[in-house]
Design a protein around this ligand. Structure first.
Ligand code: HEC
Length: 121
């Protein structure tokens, strides 16, 4: 009983630390940037380098097949629009998808172009 209560407290604490606790103002800022990135034309080859150099392949697999650390990107996704996918990359998601908001807009557009060309997303 004692153990299950403390692990419940731990999972609540972890959930609280996740990327979902942003204020509405922050979310609006990220959304605006995602729209801007979505309007850029990405370069597939540059995006492949970004995918490898930023560790995306480490969690999502070189072919988007997914690993124990990251969901598959080459099948059905939870994110169902270009802007939503870009938003996940910029702002992160849940406890394990890091935010890549420090990347240049063009780099994120390139990443999207690579995922679209390679994984159909
Ligand atoms: C430390 C592991 C890790 C790294 C590094 C990582 N991801 Fe993720 N990513 C995840 C996890 C875990 C999720 C699922 C998040 C969730 O749904 O709670 C995810 C979700 C996503 C999604 C949304 C998938 C869906 O079904 O909607 C996209 C797109 C994505 N990642 C792209 C990237 C890109 C591009 C990079 C590199 C710039 C990257 N990820 C780096 C772990 C990672």
């Amino acid at each position: 009983m004692r153990i299950s209560l403390s692990s419940l407290a731990l999972s609540l604490a972890l959930a609280g630390c996740g990327g979902g606790s942003d204020t509405p103002a922050t979310d609006a800022g990220v959304q605006t940037r995602a729209d801007r990135v979505a309007a850029l034309t990405g370069d597939v080859a540059a995006g492949q380098l970004q995918y490898e150099n930023n560790g995306c392949s480490g969690c999502h697999g070189a072919n988007g097949q997914g690993t124990y650390a990251g969901v598959a990107l080459n099948g059905p996704m939870k994110s169902d629009s270009k802007v939503e996918i870009i938003n996940v990359v910029l702002g992160g998601k849940g406890t394990n998808m890091p935010a890549f908001g420090s990347l240049e807009d063009q780099a994120v557009a390139d990443l999207y172009a690579y995922m679209k060309a390679t994984f159909g997303k």
